[in-house]
Design a protein around this ligand. Structure first.
Ligand code: UDX
Length: 481
């Protein structure tokens, strides 16, 4: 019987445990990865924190989507924080601390509990975890399971993180938020166009004991510890930077843009409409009906992702700028995104909104960006948003908030020529001018480069393309573990 069981287990597919960083962006892209692996016949356990699980159950339809994958299972674990902790804004760092200390033990216990396997499910044969949770590698080594890291940020930002020790060594860090146009010289591949202001925001603190800096400083030693590194990008977009990262992590799997890769595998088209299933806010679908009634490429979509917050003053500058630009706009104002008790639109602005604008609390963003009425995206330059815009050929105005976003927005304007970087400014006059530039005056120039980049992105997903081939290699490697 024991022998038979073992033989039965041997014919079962390999079992992958996927553990994303518990934030909307990373959960989004790792869900796509989970689906891609399920489609290839692997068994996948998707491990989310209790907090993420509650929100997914409330707002998304994940279970019904995964019912179509017999190999999929959802599992939960605590992040170690009390239920009512905000896990955002200036208290986000507490979540990282809690994961490293409290979750590490729980993760170890889960892997050794036997809970993840059954007669129809092998023990976990490979762990795929977010590389920012370096402690998962210690646990994996301890229990003897191979681990592959995933980074859901851009390669260009990851490379900046890898170079942080060099920046300190050369004396380019720290600086106290001043002379922001000073060029940065010690990041190979970014000489000539990269400035202090394009570094991740926390670099401006002037303080080497800044908790964010401490979190990202070990990246160049932490990431190479895993068997390989999966990146949500594609070779035609970030080739030169990927070559730099390979000097630290030779085994790279660039398989992005993940959301389109999945659509392509499901439908044969990279921008077809496959509803998103993992939203953590209630999507307001009425915006699609509103978009249906707008002229082609006339609407600027405005959204700052799941974490960015702005002051009431900044919110009002955006308001005036958008309305004065004369452009149509669809604006996502997340209920927790303005640091004030009220986001009520002053009466003098209501008219401008009604004529050309539409405001909602949370959008079906991929569908919005794929809609023919959308001609531009005012974004915080989160990596998912950037890729979702890029694949649809939608030019961007960037207003980065934190983390990788300052780096992404520089690349959007200066390297990829996909739009305009508005970082460090928030005045109605500049917003109005930038919107006019993107939507009218320089429209053709940006559309041309956005169309070209969208074409490259789609090609890499087709048979023989770089992301297609790298996913095949990843699946083959997992099967051989
Ligand atoms: C965070 C970081 O901010 C980002 O820089 C990093 O790259 C990933 O983690 P977030 O700020 O949420 O993520 O930005 P982003 O990466 O753009 O992810 C937001 C996701 O939410 C996107 O997939 C987007 O489609 C979705 N979204 C956003 C919606 O579905 N509806 C909305 O109204 C807004």
């Amino acid at each position: 019987r024991v022998i038979n069981n073992r033989m039965d287990q041997d014919v079962l597919p390999p079992h992958v445990l996927i553990f994303p960083l518990p934030l909307q962006g990373p959960v989004n892209s790792m869900f796509k990865l989970a689906e891609l692996l399920c489609l290839s016949g692997l068994h996948v356990t998707f491990l989310v924190t209790d907090n993420i699980h509650t929100r997914l159950l409330k707002y998304s339809d994940i279970q019904s989507r995964f019912d179509s994958y017999p190999g999929f299972r959802l599992e939960t674990i605590s992040d170690g924080l009390p239920e009512d902790h905000p896990r955002s804004g200036d208290r986000l760092m507490e979540m990282f601390d809690s994961l490293k200390t409290k979750n590490k033990t729980l993760f170890h216990d889960l892997l050794t509990s036997g809970k993840l396997s059954s007669d129809s499910r092998r023990p976990v044969s490979c762990i795929i975890a977010d590389g920012i949770m370096g402690y998962t590698c210690d646990v994996a080594n301890d229990v003897g399971i191979p681990i592959i890291f995933v980074r859901t940020i851009s390669a260009c930002c990851l490379w900046v993180f890898f170079c942080l020790p060099k920046l300190i060594e050369s004396g380019e860090l720290p600086f106290a938020g001043n002379e922001l146009d000073t060029p940065i010289k010690s990041i190979p591949g970014m000489e000539g166009f990269f400035r202090r202001r394009d570094l991740p925001f926390f670099c401006r603190s002037g303080n080497l004991s800044d908790p964010n800096l401490k979190l990202y400083l070990p990246e160049s030693t932490e990431n190479p510890r895993a068997h390989g590194l999966i990146l949500n990008t594609f070779d035609d977009l970030e080739g030169p930077i990927l070559s730099q990262i390979r000097t630290f992590c030779p085994n790279l799997y660039t398989i992005g843009p993940l959301h389109s890769h999945l659509k392509y595998k499901l439908t044969g088209e990279s921008s077809s409409s496959v509803p998103s299933t993992n939203s953590m806010w209630k999507e307001d679908m009425s915006c699609i009906t509103w978009l249906d009634s707008q002229p082609p490429k006339s609407v600027l979509y405005v959204s700052f992702g799941s974490l960015a917050v702005m002051t009431k003053e900044q919110y009002m500058e955006f308001w005036h700028g958008l309305v004065n630009s004369g452009s149509r706009f669809l604006w996502v104002v997340r209920p927790d995104s303005v640091t004030s008790d009220s986001t009520t639109i002053p009466p003098e602005l209501t008219k401008g909104t009604e004529e050309r604008g539409y405001i909602i609390g949370w959008a079906p963003q991929e569908e919005v960006l794929a809609h023919g009425a959308v001609g531009g995206f005012l974004t915080h330059s989160g990596w998912n948003s950037t890729l979702e815009s890029l694949i649809e050929g939608v030019p961007m105005i960037c207003w980065p908030y934190f983390l990788d976003q300052q780096v992404n927005s520089r690349f959007v304007e200066e390297v990829w020529k996909l739009g305009l970087d508005m970082k460090d400014t928030c005045s109605r006059v500049i917003i109005e001018k930038t919107v006019r530039d993107l939507m009218q005056d320089r429209r053709d120039e940006f559309r041309k480069s956005a169309d070209q980049m969208a074409k490259f992105a789609k090609q890499c997903l087709m048979e023989g393309g770089s992301s297609y081939s790298n996913l095949e290699r990843l699946i083959k490697d997992i099967k051989s573990m």
